[in-house]
Design a protein around this ligand. Structure first.
Ligand code: COA
Length: 378
């Protein structure tokens, strides 16, 4: 029997990969993507972020144009491919529908970037089609000439979105595209490490992102703001939730011990929208609830600094952009898929099967000592 090895559930603080993609500084509250602080990237288009993640450098104008065309073609191809699996559009949950829809894509003998564009494109095409199906409307075919954020909003609404909305969605997609070894990225890397295909890695990552402790939080953040309703009710409502043993959505993080830097970036995007006349109906209340929630959590868990995470202002920003809350997690996937694919490429280069160990705590047969082992690793 192997020796006892220390174990904490959740792989907390375990290093599972080396990456050149991003650095999440939990104590300092910094997110650095390929050398750039996230604050400096939020004014870029999503296409530029794809270039940064996939190539290792911010794209030159011709390269950015190539990526824009690649994503446009990806959406167009996905629109044709997805037509054969429209039954999955009937799923009541957008993430279940998205997972099933993307699973219908095939791997093809084509360059990795082409598959990546098809996958990123498929997510945008699918979430828009799911939304319109629920409204009883036909899907809108992609327009490959438009930027990804622009066309995503157009496929959702059926009409082109004002430039301020496109900038807002670009800021969001860029902000969430990459964030270290989060659960869905790890999932994608595990699949890639088996030399499986990129479609399978993204489908698995979608399943991981769906959970309320990961990408499923922003919808419930808006539900919480609705339930609280007004600033005066915040403290009492939050205390009651904590007393009932429930978690406050949009707060707490496995790595950050300070406020998530992306919360500030998304607030800046909200301010930019406001300056262009698109005011959020939730922003003032959200700020008050954030203050009350931090105070309530400080009182509830004084030894653990639980601060605002990205999902809190994700909810407020996506709502201001007119995106319904059922689509918040799929839109998160639309941005994060660029990061997943960069990790898949990185993991392929490592080419080492991810296969950790476990600690067996079940009974042993008599010939192996009998009884209950305390720490059999294997
Ligand atoms: N509300 C109430 N309690 C919280 C909390 C929250 N938002 N976040 C953490 N806690 C509690 C945990 O329940 C845990 O208590 P326990 O020791 O009694 O079980 C304690 O604080 C320590 O948690 P911690 O180790 O810091 O968090 P984690 O790494 O296990 O979980 C999250 C991180 C993100 C899953 C967690 O903070 C959470 O569930 N947040 C709400 C969901 C959310 O916003 N998810 C989006 C993440 S980007």
């Amino acid at each position: 029997m192997s020796e006892h090895r220390s174990f904490r559930p959740g792989l907390e603080d375990v290093v599972v990969a080396e990456t050149a993609l991003s650095w999440v500084d939990g104590e300092g509250g910094r997110l650095v993507v390929r050398g750039y602080p996230i604050e400096s990237l939020a004014g870029h288009r999503f296409e530029a972020m794809c270039g940064l993640l996939w190539d290792g450098a911010l794209p030159t104008p011709p390269r950015a144009e190539e990526i824009r065309r690649g994503l446009g073609d990806g959406r167009a191809e996905a629109f044709v491919e997805l037509a054969r699996s429209t039954a999955a559009l009937d799923a009541a949950d957008a993430m279940e529908s998205l997972r099933a829809g993307v699973a219908a894509l095939y791997g093809r003998p084509e360059p990795f970037e082409r598959t990546s564009c098809r996958l990123v494109g498929a997510i945008a095409v699918w979430l828009a089609a799911w939304h319109r199906r629920r409204l009883g409307l036909p899907p809108v075919a992609p327009d490959a000439r438009r930027s990804h954020a622009d066309d995503t909003l157009r496929m959702l609404a059926g009409t082109p979105a004002p430039p301020a909305f496109v900038r807002g969605l670009d800021a969001y997609l860029v902000t969430v595209a990459e964030h270290g070894m989060n659960a869905s990225t790890f999932t994608a890397r595990v699949v890639a490490s088996t030399r499986s295909d990129a479609v399978s890695a993204v489908v698995a990552a979608l399943g991981s992102l769906k959970g309320p402790l990961h990408g499923g939080a922003p919808g419930p953040v808006l539900d919480m703001l609705d339930a609280i309703g007004s600033e005066e009710r915040a403290a009492a409502w939050l205390s009651a939730e904590l007393a009932a043993g429930r978690r406050i959505m949009g707060l707490g993080h496995r790595v950050y011990r300070v406020r998530d830097p992306r919360a500030r970036v998304l607030e800046t995007a909200l301010a930019a929208l406001e300056a262009e006349g698109v005011a959020s109906r939730y922003l003032a209340l959200a700020r008050a609830v954030e203050r009350a929630a931090v105070a309530a959590l400080d009182a509830h868990r004084p030894e653990r600094r639980l601060r605002t995470n990205v999902e809190f202002y994700t909810a407020v920003l996506l709502d201001a952009l007119g995106i319904p809350r059922a689509l918040f997690t799929p839109v998160f996937a639309a941005g994060r898929s660029a990061g997943w694919l960069a990790h898949v490429a990185e993991e392929r280069a490592v080419d080492r099967l991810i296969r950790p160990r476990q600690r067996y705590v079940g009974p042993l047969p008599e010939d192996a000592g009998g009884g209950r082992p305390l720490a059999a690793v294997g």
